[in-house]
Design a protein around this ligand. Structure first.
Ligand SMILES: Nc1ncnc2c1ncn2[C@@H]1O[C@H](COP(=O)(O)OP(=O)(O)O)[C@@H](O)[C@H]1O
Ligand SMILES: [Mg+2]
Length: 198
């Protein structure tokens, strides 16, 4: 059965779709990987005819996804809390919550985390992790953000910095095919951590 990794945060623009695609490319080097989006109008589905080297599946619910011949399927979600978020989390093996380090982003993360916690009560084996994305090279802001996030008692995974490579290298292979070695390194680290937790 395929393991499902849902990527969620009710706020738009925190990097859900960007990380979904780049992680899917990176994971595909290790295990058989696909990508989907609960929102048929979402950016991941719009990329379907453009990107190469990764299978982007139509979303037909989690039960059908689990039977697909993949080891891992990333599920991108829209930037609002869909009402069936809890069933999605309950069907998932891992929920990845990307966030920016800004005050409003951290405030907005609470709603998503509460849903994850609610799902974990019913399904204790559900794993989750927060990833600070688009981190600016002002470390004090990030450490403050981390302090705010620690109260939620979820693993805070490898952080991804704000890098132009994410805006211009995605159509075939993601940032791993680009020349930004530090970005590649960060993605490697994040991949390793998620694989370890899965
Ligand atoms: N680490 C990063 N560094 C620079 N830009 C990023 C990074 N992650 C995402 N972006 C950019 O931020 C914007 C929003 O990302 P997106 O993945 O669409 O967010 P979401 O899916 O959460 O709405 C996009 O323009 C994307 O290219
Ligand atoms: Mg998106």
């Amino acid at each position: 059965m395929a393991k499902l990794i849902a990527i969620a945060h009710q706020k738009g623009g925190v990097g859900k779709s960007t990380l979904a695609l780049n992680l899917a490319y990176r994971f595909s080097k290790e295990v058989k990987t696909a990508l989907t989006d609960t929102d048929p109008q979402g950016s991941t589905m719009q990329l379907r005819d453009i990107v190469e080297g990764i299978d982007i599946l139509e979303y037909e619910g989690t039960s059908s996804l689990k039977t697909k011949p993949y080891d891992v399927i990333f599920i991108d979600t829209p930037p609002y809390l869909i009402e069936n978020m809890i069933p999605l989390f309950l069907a998932s093996d891992f929920v990845l919550i990307p966030t920016k380090a800004g005050v409003t982003d951290i405030m907005a993360i609470r709603a998503t985390i509460e849903l994850v916690k609610e799902a974990q009560k019913k399904k204790p084996e559900l794993k989750a992790g927060i990833v600070l994305n688009m981190v600016k090279p002002r470390a004090n802001i990030t450490s403050e953000a981390k302090k705010e996030l620690e109260v939620f008692d979820l693993p805070i995974l490898a952080e991804i910095r704000d890098r132009v490579v994410f805006n211009n290298t995605f159509l075939s292979g993601g940032i791993s095919t680009g020349s930004d070695q530090q970005a590649i390194q960060e993605l490697e680290q994040l991949t390793k951590e998620i694989l370890n937790l899965l």
